[in-house]
Design a protein around this ligand. Structure first.
Ligand code: C5P
Length: 224
């Protein structure tokens, strides 16, 4: 089909994991967390190219992990948005999927579902309804509770027509807007974004507890 490429930002520092190195290099299921994510995308024959965005200090180590999967390495930036933007510069297909390197448990079916939704709508993301009450806290005190009704947590992959995402990133950069995902940038263009229900399994590994949960899910899969 050759309509889609994937950009996988993997140039973070993993500060919240507290290991002092990139959390994507932590072990998961007998390989690295990053390899778990890479093999999912490399295993989608309908994705033409995968661009992995990495920081210079990790390049050698990641090159060795990525080599068997035929992905292309791109130099990362200071923020996630900057890293995605650099990966996007390399994309030649009409559509692009952006996926956090730190989400190693997304299913191939969901990757395809969000891609198909993007073909119909130009922009689509995975998301799940939130379970917790979200409250704003300042200096140890609640300053506002947000009604949970209609609140969803955005996940990745997020899929877009490539020119649309390029335009969204250009506008955000011009207006010094820094988003935590790509959909928030496309939304600022006033564009509609379709939502495909994701899965709780598609967690973003951020803290040591997330890693424990991810390991457990991996083991369960292996046992089935
Ligand atoms: O920090 P967070 O977990 O939200 O990062 C999401 C993804 O973006 C991670 O896979 C991380 O490696 C990547 N990232 C990046 N460049 C940065 C910061 C984060 O590629 N400067």
């Amino acid at each position: 089909m050759n309509l889609f490429s994937a950009v996988i930002p993997a140039a973070g520092s993993g500060r919240r994991m507290g290991k002092g190195f990139n959390k994507l290099l932590l072990p998961l299921g007998g390989v690295t967390l990053l390899e778990c994510t890479l093999r999912l995308f490399a295993g989608c024959p309908w994705i033409k190219e995968v661009f992995l965005v990495v920081q210079e200090s990790d390049r050698l180590e990641i090159e060795a992990i990525a080599a068997p999967y035929g992905v292309r390495l791109v130099q990362g930036g200071n923020t996630r948005q900057d890293s995605v933007s650099r990966g996007l510069e390399q994309v030649e297909t009409p559509f692009v999927l952006v996926h956090d390197g730190a989400r190693p448990l997304v299913s191939p079916e969901k990757i395809l579902e969000v891609a198909e939704a993007a073909r119909r709508n130009e922009a689509a993301i995975l998301a799940i309804p939130i379970k917790d009450t979200v409250t704003r806290v300042s200096e140890g005190l609640i300053t506002g509770t947000i009604p949970r009704e209609g609140l969803w947590a955005a996940q990745t992959p997020q899929a877009f027509r490539t020119v649309l995402l390029r335009e969204a990133i250009r506008k955000a950069a011009q207006e010094l807007f820094e988003g935590t995902d790509e959909a928030s940038l496309v939304e600022r263009l006033g564009h509609r974004i379709a939502v495909v229900e994701g899965s709780e399994r598609n967690l973003k590994v951020t803290t040591p507890m997330d890693l424990l949960i991810a390991e457990h899910i991996m083991n369960q899969r292996g046992a089935r």
